[in-house]
Ligand binder design. Structure first.
Ligand SMILES: *Cc1c(COP(=O)(O)O)cnc(C)c1O
Length: 456
């Protein structure tokens, strides 16, 4: 087999006799056995990334004298197998709904190693978390402090809670995935509200402390997604530590834990920058140590919540090419050129990110290599929508034809988890590959599955 392909492909990706190989299994063999489209997940790559994040942060925070917990953000992709891998590599699991909570519990993750997020949790979700004995419920509003308190009191338990705050730090790839600026739905601001009184974040912390059925564990901040440098995390850490010190000055209670969220960026295209967990862990640990020293407060235990950085690069989507159509296009400069529209057997239902965020991806022929001259191509799906684009612009071999396999890299995060049944397409399977074998961890939906929901 060839040398590893490198980013944005998973660690095991290479070529053998022209065909793309993932986890020791060739793309044509995967397509023959599991059909297309299919999400292929490199198990060893996932485990290695989980271990790297855990080791990087454990080392960096041990060096400054405190501990760290790494929570895998399940919303990126959560299946029973994936949750089990995360746990086996020493990660805990963050959930953001009753469904995610149920999958993590089914995987055998102990409640104490789970967190529950959400800006609009239902009573049912909160109660399920209490029954499971989750290690933390991250409250997102003043009203929710009261709701969790009432539900915990009814169960006769003291619920461990963190308060999610917004620090004003704006970071990340797109407005929709950037979550710590103030004009959005998540969290409570560390800055004073319009009435000039206590900041909403402080009000929530004080209210949690007043409720006997709540135990205030700490403060939570998640600043966004696809963040490529440490400056935003450092600034957010300082703001959270200041709030922690202010609360201690007011109430005498120094909360034990600070969660700095997820959002570590990955490479989607060849040559693109990516985050080195060891570098960013060191930068964040340094900031935490410095700010704590300046504030004169003991170091908190830290937690982080990477999702995309663990599972994103591990996933590849395999498609079969169908219609290939050259279209004569007039450019902005008035010159005409040909764009090759390459249709695949999936699209916006299995990867909404290009349509939702303008996200860019890389693709290659997966069943063969070609020496044909490259053509300017656009990869599109099969949905009834002209915005159903998988790759806006890419050069693909000019002889690409119906029946070829196309692999799109770095689709492990927010692909399957955001998939829909638009046009009533059954959602693709998730197929794990490792050591020359493949294993279906989520089966393909069938038309019968779709019809089973329809009550006529
Ligand atoms: C989405 C999310 C994460 C994970 O973000 P990634 O960009 O996938 O690392 C972590 N924490 C919270 C609260 C989130 O909402």
């Amino acid at each position: 087999m060839s040398a590893p392909l490198g980013a944005p492909w998973p660690a095991s990706a290479g070529r053998d006799g022209g065909a793309l190989v993932l986890g020791g299994v060739s793309a044509p063999a995967l397509a023959a056995e599991h059909g297309t489209p299919a999400y292929v997940l490199d198990e060893s790559d996932f485990r290695a990334r989980a271990r790297a994040y855990r080791a990087a942060f454990a080392d960096a925070f041990e060096a400054i004298g405190t501990g760290v917990d790494v929570y895998y953000a399940g919303k990126a992709l959560l299946t029973v197998a994936v949750a089990r891998w995360a746990r086996e590599e020493g990660l805990r699991v963050d959930t953001a709904s009753g469904g995610e909570l149920a999958v993590a519990l089914r995987a055998g993750v102990p409640g104490a190693e789970l967190g529950l997020h959400g800006n609009n949790k239902s009573d049912g979700e909160i109660d399920a978390a209490l029954v499971a004995g989750v290690g933390r419920i991250i409250v997102d509003s003043l009203a929710e402090v009261d709701r969790v308190a009432a539900l915990a009191a009814a169960r006769g338990v003291a619920a461990p809670v963190m308060v999610r705050v917004t620090t004003g730090v704006h970071a990340g790839g797109h407005e929709f995935i950037s979550t710590a600026h103030e004009d959005q739905k998540f969290g409570l601001s560390v800055n004073a509200g319009p009435d000039g009184g206590d900041a909403p974040a402080m009000q929530a912390l004080l209210r949690v402390q007043e409720r006997p059925s709540l135990r205030l564990l700490g403060i939570h901040s998640h600043i966004g997604s696809q963040i490529l440098d440490g400056a935003g995390f450092v600034e957010a850490a300082r703001a959270v530590l200041r709030l922690r010190a202010d609360l201690a000055a007011r109430t005498g209670v120094l909360v034990e834990e600070v969660d700095l969220g997820g959002g570590y960026g990955i490479a989607y295209l060849p040559g693109e920058e990516t985050v080195d967990p060891f570098t960013i862990a060191r930068d964040i640990a340094h900031a935490v140590a410095t700010a704590s020293a300046e504030l004169g407060t003991a170091l908190p235990r830290i937690s982080i919540e990477p999702g995309r950085a663990i599972v994103g690069p591990s996933g590849v989507t395999l498609y079969t090419v169908g219609t290939v159509k050259p279209v004569l296009v007039t450019g902005d400069d008035g010159a005409t050129f040909t764009r090759l529209y390459v249709s695949v057997d999936g699209g916006m239902s299995d990867n909404i990110r290009p349509a939702l965020y303008g996200a860019r991806y890389h693709a290659e022929l997966a069943n063969r290599t070609s020496t044909a001259a490259p053509a300017l191509a656009r990869v599109v799906g099969k949905h009834c929508e002209s915005g159903d684009i998988v790759l806006q612009e890419i050069r693909l071999p000019g002889d690409i034809a119906a029946g070829d396999l196309l692999a799109v890299a770095a689709t492990g995060a927010y692909g399957r988890s955001m998939a829909s049944n638009y046009n009533l397409l059954p959602r693709p399977p998730v197929v794990a590959v490792a050591d020359g074998a493949s294993c279906v961890i989520v089966r393909r939906e069938t038309v019968d599955d779709l019809l089973a929901l329809d009550q006529g």
